[in-house]
Design a protein around this ligand. Structure first.
Ligand SMILES: [Zn+2]
Length: 825
């Protein structure tokens, strides 16, 4: 039954089950106010991913209909935490611990000693002094050069000058509220993070060099878009103000070099961690337990308490969506969220108090071992676990992983109430010089187990950072094969390109043995590479000489409740092996490489085992007969193809979409026709024009030379083909197989999925003629005319007295946006 699936099925995946359909625009208003313009209310559902997926308000009891389980991160109901969220902002504990803002030696809060940024409005009489009663000593806390009251006054004055139509619209109101709260609570890290985030949207050329050149800047933007709501929907004047609030970064760096350096370091740490944001959030959602404060610092580099609160609440909401699927009533979930947030706030204060720092700037020093040990012993994790256990009696949530940072080879510190996995392992590690906390009580007494096996339900801890060289030493023979490109010295790119056996469930695997048979014809056999040194040095990985005519075979398993009908959905789905699944290929046992050792489940290479003629795969699952989870998995044998750079460039150029066609699609998008679906009248677009970014997301400074995007991308922004190829991770001379995701929206972007945008090529030619190659974006109107997007230059407080009726220009397809529209090619 040798067959190869055709490239793309004509069917589109049912929209709501797509795992890669982030929302088109920032979520619905999170404030309690029901202020919407008539136009907005008229088109209430126009941006919703689905007709019946309501975006609830922050405190609304209803939760949205969740996406399928395979969705890594469904749209979260609301991101911004405003002052309407009393649990977050007006926290007495946080407020009390706020230290004085003034530099050491400063004894008065008088304005004469306070450095005031430009455009500063003097504090109004009655504005509370920023000097607080003596709090904990903060020897190494960064000193803000700003007066909190001064910044607040500046913000208030700006707000007062805005027309009510802006200040009362949700994105503006939320953003102003959260920024005001950050200033009020002296969260200087948040202020700088927010400023840089907005500066990226306003004028990336003004970004500090260290930030502008950071390779993870795109991930940072995606993360911030997710948490704050995209900047695209803000009025340009407001954006401009945010980008220079409280003062221009250059001036900041010049006038306050030490302060600036400290904040920049934290910001860079945040950017550095940002690529892990989605996977980390997914992990927290999967374990059904939101992160403790220290996890947010260690895993995501979030040291701003305000940003922590936003991230925490996002995790809680995602988890609640899952819980709602299991039948937990919304009222219970709402109460759960409130309690979880209270625990989080206590958690932040406890950690800050132990470190002797202010809670609004938890420092990265938290990553030091003593704090980790203390937090491992602390009660927040336990409190959260108890809270979530009470809500899902039938499902025992996993404990947060113990935070491990220790020399390799020493015993891991475990959370106190987690069953010890090793006999006689001490329940905690005592550090001389640090007082024991109240949590060290009898519950932590070492327990001695007499049985050989751990108790039922024990969950093995997974390494935060996979280190197979240490934890999978016994699987050394399963290492990836060494691939050498032919001709030598060239670089080859490998990617999944169809199936030998398409994704299939295994209905009989529990009761019997599932058997797949397929033939390998002489033609195919010739193209399968053979090991260079067959059965050579024992212990050495297999080695192959690869040319562009070769392809390899691999076995891959994916957990999914829906059957995949589109290759591009399968291509980006994570590998997940069936628990207790056993595989034999041509009578040889296969060993899946699993998450516990490698950080994630990895495919099995079949190339060395495949034979000419008849081949046979057998699968069995050894589980209790009542355990039907194996039915949630799909198994497939994939073909991996190889291509050289020139070949890919040629293939993409052949796939050029003509300018007229692209322009017509843009016009349809603007007029809304492409979003109208026969079965869903609610999906329409509301915009007068479309902004298209021209800069390559990797370089962030040049217009794409060969502008490409994936056929399944919903945005018009492109990335540069050659830069994209060169940035693919390589092992030796051959790229890694599973690194083909769109840098803008994460969609499948394998070489055969890429198309060249003929319209943007024309735009580039035209801009070259007009000597405008430094243009960063263009605006296309509904008639198909385009112009370079003007970026206002000059003052930090731009004129915002714009006519109310001016339609806000929204990029209908912001980065990460997608919605449910699947373009058929
Ligand atoms: Zn994309």
């Amino acid at each position: 039954m040798s067959r190869r699936a055709s490239e793309e099925s004509p069917h589109t995946l049912p929209a709501r089950s797509s795992p890669l359909t982030p929302s088109l625009v920032p979520p619905a208003p999170s404030t309690g106010c029901a202020v919407t313009s008539p136009r907005q209310s008229h088109r209430r559902a126009s941006f919703m991913p689905g007709s019946n997926r309501e975006q609830p308000e922050l405190n609304a009891p209803m939760l949205p209909v969740a996406a399928t389980e395979s969705a890594p991160l469904p749209p979260v109901p609301s991101q911004l935490l405003t002052q309407n969220s009393p649990h977050i902002i007006n926290t007495p504990g946080v407020r009390e611990m706020r230290p004085a803002l003034q530099p050491p030696g400063h004894t008065s809060s008088g304005p004469s000693n306070t450095v005031v940024p430009p455009n500063h409005t003097p504090p109004q009489p009655g504005v509370p002094s920023t000097t607080l009663p003596p709090g904990p000593q903060v020897p190494h806390a960064p000193i803000s050069p700003f007066s909190s009251a001064g910044c607040e006054a500046q913000l208030t004055a700006f707000r007062a000058r805005l027309p009510a139509s802006l200040t009362l619209t949700p994105p503006h109101q939320q953003r102003l509220d959260v920024l005001q709260a950050a200033v009020h609570h002296n969260d200087v890290v948040f202020v700088m993070v927010h400023q840089i985030y907005c500066l990226m949207a306003v004028d990336p050329t003004q970004l500090p060099q260290s930030i502008a050149s950071h390779p993870s800047l795109g991930f940072f933007k995606g993360m911030m878009d997710d948490m704050m709501g995209t900047n695209d929907v803000l009025h340009p004047g407001v954006r401009e103000f945010f980008a220079h609030f409280p003062m221009r970064t250059q001036a900041l760096a010049n006038q306050f070099p030490f302060y600036y350096a400290a904040q920049e370091r934290r910001l860079l740490s945040l950017i550095e961690h940002s690529p892990k944001y989605r996977s980390q959030m997914t992990q927290w959602v999967d374990r059904r337990l939101p992160p403790i404060s220290l996890e947010l610092i260690l895993f995501l580099g979030i040291t701003s308490s305000r940003l922590q609160q936003i991230a925490f609440r996002m995790a809680v909401r995602h988890i609640n969506i899952r819980l709602q699927q299991t039948g937990v009533p919304p009222s219970v979930l709402l109460s759960l969220e409130q309690k979880a947030v209270e625990i989080h706030i206590r958690d932040v204060c406890t950690l800050a108090a132990r470190m002797g720092v202010e809670p609004n700037i938890l420092t990265d020093a938290a990553a030091r071992q003593p704090y980790i040990d203390e937090v491992n012993r602390a009660g927040s994790a336990r409190e959260l676990r108890d809270l979530y256990s009470s809500c899902q009696p039938q499902v025992q949530p996993q404990m947060p992983r113990p935070l491990v940072q220790r020399p390799q080879g020493t015993a891991p510190a475990t959370l106190p109430s987690q069953p010890p996995l090793q006999r006689g392992q001490p329940s905690n590690i005592h550090h001389p010089g640090r007082p024991s906390t109240a949590q060290t009580n009898s519950s932590q007494a070492p327990t001695v187990r007499t049985s050989l096996l751990p108790p039922a339900g024990t969950v093995l801890s997974v390494q935060r950072q996979a280190n197979p060289a240490c934890f999978a030493l016994h699987e050394a023979d399963l290492r990836d094969a060494t691939l050498r490109a032919e001709p030598s010295g060239s670089v080859l790119y490998q990617y999944f390109d169809g199936f030998i056996h398409g994704p299939t469930r295994l209905p009989e695997a529990l009761t019997g043995v599932e058997t797949w048979s397929f033939d390998v014809s002489p033609d195919i056999w010739q193209r399968i590479p053979k090991r260079v040194v067959p059965d050579g040095n024992r212990g050495e990985p297999d080695e192959y000489q690869i040319s562009t005519s070769n392809f390899m075979l691999r076995l891959r398993c994916v957990k999914s409740l829906s059957d995949f009908t589109l290759l591009h959905v399968w291509a980006v789905a994570d590998t997940a092996w069936i628990p207790a699944g056993f595989y034999h290929f041509n009578e040889k046992p296969l060993q899946p490489r699993r998450k516990i050792h490698y950080g994630k489940d990895l495919p099995i290479d079949l190339t060395a085992l495949v034979q000419e003629g008849s081949n046979e795969l057998k699968v069995a699952v050894l589980r209790d007969q009542a355990d039907n989870r194996y039915r949630n998995y799909l198994l497939a044998i994939e073909m991996i193809r190889f291509a050289a750079e020139e070949e890919i460039v040629e293939m993409c150029l052949k796939n050029t979409r003509p300018a007229a066609e692209v322009l017509q699609a843009i016009k349809s998008k603007i007029s809304g026709t492409s979003f109208s679906r026969a079965d869903d009248d609610d999906i329409t677009m509301m915009q007068a024009n479309l902004t298209i970014n021209l800069l390559d997301p990797f370089a962030m400074s040049t217009i794409c030379e060969i502008p490409v995007r994936s056929k399944v991308c919903l945005h018009n922004d492109c990335f540069d083909l050659v830069t994209f190829l060169h940035s693919r991770k390589k092992q030796g001379e051959v790229s890694v197989a599973d690194m083909w995701r769109c840098p803008i929206c994460n969609a499948d972007a394998r070489p055969n999925k890429l198309l060249v945008d003929g319209f943007l090529q024309l735009v580039r030619e035209e801009l070259t003629k007009r000597n405008l190659l430094n243009t960063r974006a263009i605006v296309v109107d509904q008639d198909g005319n385009w112009e370079p997007k003007m970026v206002p230059l000059g003052s930090a407080t731009p004129d915002v007295e714009v006519p109310v009726s001016t339609p806000v220009v929204t990029n209908g397809l912001p980065a990460g946006g997608g919605g449910e529209i699947i373009e058929l090619d």
